[in-house]
Design a binder for this molecule. Structure first.
Ligand code: VGL
Ligand code: ZN
Length: 191
């Protein structure tokens, strides 16, 4: 893809637990890898920022069914399930932000993520003069959707690469509805 000069790539939660074999697997979640890796190469060539968020939960959190929440335990900080998928080729300079470390938050959006020192994603985007985010990752109907809606709310141009996302589809059609929601919020869905 042509990388706009004011763009950053935001890769949402491409972690083992969201891929086949993981604790909260997105069907065919691993199939986005070649597409994401091509996006990474394009951004790398353009010298534009590459940011990867990771879901990074404590062992006990209201986010998990074990404490009254919606999801089986997944992406517990530091575990193999929370590691980035081995086929994701993040370059040295990639910025890793994490979210969901509080025991009382879902933190679906990458805009809830921070560096380990607490610097929020938006501060990083501001520092890099980013006005446009290109988004891929998992899952379409949760963290990708929440990230895209927050980005639009904050005034960013947003491009979502259709082949670079996959959804959970707890209810049939959730991912298609999420794409409609993102488009309605002004995101451009490209192929
Ligand atoms: C996600 C459900 C629970 C996601 C995270 O990354 O989309 N979904 N936690
Ligand atoms: Zn989670």
């Amino acid at each position: 893809m042509d990388v706009p000069s004011d763009a950053a790539l935001v890769i949402v939660d491409v972690q083992n637990d969201f891929c086949p074999g993981g604790a909260l697997a997105v069907p065919t979640g691993d199939q986005i890898m070649p597409v994401i890796n091509r996006l990474i190469e394009a951004f790398q060539r353009s010298g534009r920022p590459i940011i990867a968020s990771r879901d990074w939960h404590p062992a006990r959190t209201k986010h998990f069914t074990t404490d009254g929440g919606s999801w089986p335990p997944h992406c517990v900080a530091g575990t193999a399930g929370a590691a980035f998928h081995p086929s994701l080729t993040l370059p040295k300079g990639a910025v890793i932000v994490q979210k969901g470390a509080g025991a009382h938050e879902d933190a679906y959006s990458a805009f809830d993520a921070t560096l380990p020192d607490g610097t929020p994603l938006e501060a990083i985007l501001r520092r890099e003069n980013v006005r446009h985010v290109v988004v891929g990752g998992l899952a379409t109907d949760y963290c990708v959707r929440a990230t895209v809606l927050d980005a639009r709310q904050s005034g960013y141009e947003v491009t979502v690469v259709r082949e670079a996302i996959r959804g959970v589809d707890v209810q049939t059609g959730d991912s298609e509805r999420a794409i409609d929601d993102m488009r309605a919020a002004g995101a451009i869905i490209t192929t």
